[in-house]
Design a protein around this ligand. Structure first.
Ligand SMILES: Nc1ncnc2c1ncn2[C@@H]1O[C@H](COP(=O)(O)OP(=O)(O)OP(=O)(O)O)[C@@H](O)[C@H]1O
Ligand SMILES: [Mg+2]
Length: 402
């Protein structure tokens, strides 16, 4: 373990930079491979599994000829705002600006004025804009991309929290949401003429939302990639490197191989976020008690993590809150009852599912279970369902089910 590099803990923001980011080579390679053959990608994975960290790593390390724009659209609630954000991102890049001189020269006065405000480059002195003129950002993005002369440059746009934007738009009206999806699809269609590609991601299942709109055809050109939890050897390495990071603060802090094994066994669903909070909590515990980390300390911090007033309660609360966005009344109460049963009994039988569906007047049980599975709450194994995460299960048991 001597030649391992220390890793600084990060539990809020995505892990970014060599001293914080734990490389996820397999998933990165897979993404790059798909991009290379021209695919547009949907990265689908539950909350806190490390999507943004992987994508930030990709965007911080562009391949040769690749221009990468990363945008978070969580608060976007209209198509216009979405394409305005994208337009700004595209204009905010010196390499892109070089390739769109022609487009900018031919653009309307208003666009010229707008771009010079964003880029700081004045195009033709002061221009008057009519009072009623306004910019159609979708159209302008399309024109900009069509006219991009990039000499073998490839623009990759990474859009984080895309399903949230779609959900916000749906709240206003469904028609606009369908139009938004259609525009995005048409925009991706430009890929065949220019080197433009997209990665969409977010923790809410895009497919589940689009299913509700009954327009899966508008996203079926996206190639879905899952981000899996860490393998056992990766999780071990992450714990070891984080421990080394904490040893820079207190050299006596140690987690033995036996304890690492115990942690992994207890954690089961090995997402980097859990590993981070466990090691973080163990270090806090060590600082306070100066007591060697043993199985008892691990038990103790596991109990702390799932308490209603723990530092991590927002994370668990969010799993409950999200169900409200995902489901309407009856489906919602069915989903809650299913999860309550699983939290209490460790699993749920098909017969019980059936009874609950009748009690809650649920028509499409399959859809609800698919959402719960896809969004990472539960998974099916030999015809029974169980929570993926012991933490979520325990938290649910203490704070929701009882
Ligand atoms: N590769 C990694 N190296 C180190 N820590 C990581 C890594 N990936 C994730 N983490 C840990 O998990 C946390 C969440 O990561 P990240 O924000 O990338 O996940 P996400 O899937 O985008 O989450 P959300 O669904 O909340 O947007 C980070 O703050 C960090 O603690
Ligand atoms: Mg994220």
């Amino acid at each position: 373990m001597n030649d391992l590099k220390p890793l600084k803990s990060s539990v809020g923001q995505p892990a970014e930079g060599k001293d914080k980011y734990f490389p996820r080579e397999k998933i990165t390679k897979k993404i790059l491979r798909k991009l290379e053959v021209g695919e547009n990608i949907l990265i689908s994975a539950p909350r806190r599994i490390g999507k943004s960290s992987v994508l930030k790593d990709i965007s911080n390390n562009p391949q040769s000829g690749q221009i990468i724009k990363y945008m978070i659209v969580q608060s976007v609630d209209s198509s216009d705002e979405f394409f305005k954000k994208l337009f700004n991102e595209l204009l905010n890049d010196q390499q892109i600006i070089k390739g769109i001189k022609g487009y900018l020269t031919r653009a309307s006065n208003e666009v010229k004025k707008y771009s010079s405000r964003i880029t700081g480059v004045s195009l033709n002195g002061s221009v008057d804009i009519g009072v009623n003129e306004r910019i159609d950002y979708y159209y302008e993005c399309t024109e900009l991309i069509k006219n991009f002369e990039g000499n073998n440059k490839n623009i990759l746009v990474i859009i984080d929290e895309y399903p949230d934007a779609l959900n916000n738009i749906i709240k206003n009206d469904k028609k606009s949401a369908t139009k938004f999806l259609q525009q995005n699809r048409d925009f991706r269609g430009l890929t065949s003429d220019v080197n433009l590609q997209f990665i969409y991601t977010g923790s809410t299942g895009l497919k589940n939302i689009v299913t509700k709109l009954d327009r899966l055809d508008l996203i079926n050109d996206l190639n879905t990639i899952q981000i899996s939890p860490l393998k056992k050897d990766e999780a071990t390495l992450l714990i070891q490197r984080l421990t080394l990071g904490f040893q820079e603060d207190n050299k006596n802090f140690e987690i033995t191989t036996e304890i690492i094994e115990y942690i992994l066994q207890k954690t089961t669903w090995l997402i980097p976020y859990y590993i981070q909070i466990i090691v973080d909590e163990l270090f806090e515990y060590y600082e306070e008690h100066e007591k060697t980390i043993d199985k008892g300390s691990v038990e103790l911090i596991f109990r702390e993590i799932v308490k209603s007033k723990s530092n991590h309660s927002d994370y668990f609360e969010n799993w409950k809150k999200r169900l409200k966005t995902a489901f309407k009344k009856y489906d919602y109460s069915f989903a809650i009852e299913c999860l309550n049963t699983i939290a209490k009994n460790n699993t749920i039988e098909y017969a019980v599912l059936h009874d609950l569906s009748i009690k809650n007047k649920v028509k499409d049980v399959r859809y609800i279970l698919d959402v719960l599975e896809h969004d990472g709450y539960i998974s099916e194994n030999e015809k029974t369902y169980a929570f993926n995460s012991v933490f979520l299960k325990e938290w649910w048991y203490i704070n929701v089910a009882t």
